[in-house]
Design a binder for this molecule. Structure first.
Ligand code: NDP
Length: 474
């Protein structure tokens, strides 16, 4: 596949390419250009050239174009989803969910176009009156990861474009192809050249020139904490705005008044979605005393029934992890939890599992210590870690005992308990009797080390525009 810059699909200036591996087989499934600084310069120039015509379109025209993109994405969902499964590893049904989710995001932004409006300040006796314009920032940059590339790209593209900005997007080198397919579909929907540019390549060779480029006014980043810290530092030198979503270590608090079997089943399905590689996956299940035994007993039975296999096989409940690097870090975490004294029960290895893929058996780890240093960190894989809490006060203390603060959930039938716990949880979003649900209508982002700034909801208006006041004396 090729990069998308201005009106064209291109190779990189260097002519070099990056091989993309299918995580289910460990073998090549495609190639993309290995971009560099000159490609970034070219893309930023294309985005600059496209900016004024795009920014001065009526909001409804930009919204209309995003509607058309959503329509075509839905029509081509099967094709994009297959590319996504092949390069990322997730089951095909999850890949389709993701592509449909991206279409819904574009519909949300299309429908919100009219909210991007200017204001008026009247009755200022000594000053006259003011017009408060809401203006786009200019060329924005987006850097995204490999775990949910199509959905995360849609969040950033929808918000930037509907507000009148143009965008240069860098996908992860571990899963860039579905994003390129998304871009190509958007272009075919009528998006003018240069409004969205996609430059493939590594973080060092494409990411760094993008975050330090003087013409780029904002960087929206989703990925790891260390990279986020680096981006914030570099972007500060050119006074860019930065939005960072840096992962999570979400607690799921299970109170004593719930049906433990039903909630344990929900926890299993949520935690294993995308093979556990989701920033808002419930990574620490904190279960109150009275329901702990029944909760764990259900999980012990179910963990051996989890079917692991190639994402294109409809019987696979989970696919492989995305890379060998992720697999070894997850296996290391499980091994350390066992060393700390937790009980580890592994899932079953099917005979048919391809031998070369980055498969990782799901692990149920019970009796975890709430203070475990391993559980302070994000485990990006199919590890179901259960911690016993005496009561809800202890549960909150354990839940907040991490440097992350992205999502959290409370499972209870008592609204007063839900409200009290939600109040005490340090997180950007708290779910009650659900987890990991992110409709584009609500703002999303973290506190503490999970980052800063919000995506979706109405946060996009503030995030992608600036106000300019014109004060006119009478
Ligand atoms: P990274 O933060 O390294 O990658 C995310 C994106 O940032 C990729 O596009 C990457 O490019 C790019 N990048 C890397 N270095 C730079 C740089 N110097 N300048 C600009 N861009 C850069 O995450 P990983 O994929 O390595 O995952 C590490 C950990 O982060 C995971 O184990 C998980 O804990 C967390 N994570 C969180 C996610 C979330 O949703 N918040 C998503 C994915 C991971 P490239 O890879 O092409 O070099």
């Amino acid at each position: 596949m090729q990069m998308m810059i201005a009106d064209q699909f291109l190779e990189s200036v260097s002519g070099e390419r990056i091989q993309i591996n299918n995580p289910a087989t460990g073998t090549a499934c495609g190639e993309v250009p290995a971009g560099g600084g000159e490609d970034v310069d070219f893309a930023v120039q294309a985005a600059l050239d496209a900016f004024t015509p795009w920014a001065t379109l009526p909001n409804s025209r930009r919204g209309g174009l995003l509607y058309r993109c959503a329509e075509l994405i839905r029509r081509e969902a099967d094709r994009i989803a297959l590319i996504l499964t092949t390069e990322q590893g997730k089951p095909l049904r999850e890949a389709k969910d993701e592509v449909y989710g991206a279409a819904a995001v574009f519909e949300y932004y299309a429908g919100s176009a009219s909210l991007v409006s200017s204001g008026y300040a009247d009755r200022l006796p000594r000053y006259g009156y003011g017009i408060v314009q809401r203006r786009p920032l200019g060329v924005c940059g987006a850097i995204i990861p490999w775990n949910m590339p199509v959905l995360i790209a849609a969040w950033k593209i929808g918000a930037a474009l509907v507000t009148g900005n143009t965008l240069v997007l860098k996908p992860s080198s571990k899963a860039p192809m579905a994003v390129l397919a998304l871009g190509e579909v958007m272009k075919r929907s009528g998006l003018p050249g240069g409004v969205l540019n996609i430059v493939t390549g590594s973080g060092n060779l494409v990411g760094d020139p993008l975050i330090s480029h003087p013409e780029v006014k904002k960087i929206s980043f989703t990925g790891g904490m260390e990279t986020g810290r680096h981006i914030a530092g570099v972007a500060a030198r050119t006074m860019k705005r930065v939005t960072l979503e840096l992962g999570g270590n979400d607690p799921m608090i299970v109170c004593s008044d719930v049906d433990p079997v039903a909630v344990a089943e929900a926890a299993l399905l949520l935690r294993l979605y995308n093979c556990g590689q989701i920033c808002t996956s419930p990574k620490r299940l904190i279960v109150e005393d009275e329901v702990y035994e029944a909760f764990v007993t259900h999980l012990k039975r179910r963990i051996s029934e989890v079917v692991i296999g190639d994402g294109t096989d409809p019987s696979s409940m989970i696919g492989p992890l995305n890379s060998e690097e992720v697999r070894s870090s997850v296996e290391h975490a499980v091994w350390r939890l066992g060393d700390e004294g937790a009980e580890v029960i592994m899932g079953r290895i099917p005979d048919t599992l391809p031998r070369k893929g980055f498969f990782c058996l799901p692990a149920l780890v019970t009796g975890c210590d709430g203070d475990s240093p391993v559980l302070q960190e994000e485990i990006f894989g199919p590890v179901i870690a259960v911690i016993n809490a005496g009561d809800s006060d202890e549960a909150i203390d354990i839940a907040n005992n991490t440097r992350y603060g992205l999502g959290a959930s409370v499972w209870t039938q008592k609204i007063e308990v839900a409200e009290r716990l939600a109040e005490g949880l340090e997180a950007g979003i708290v779910w009650v009797n659900q987890h990991m649900k992110l409709p584009p209508e609500v703002p999303f982002g973290g506190v503490k080390g999970s980052g800063s700034g919000r995506e979706n909801g109405l946060a996009f208006i503030e995030g992608y525009t600036e106000e300019k006041t014109i004060l006119i004396s009478r």
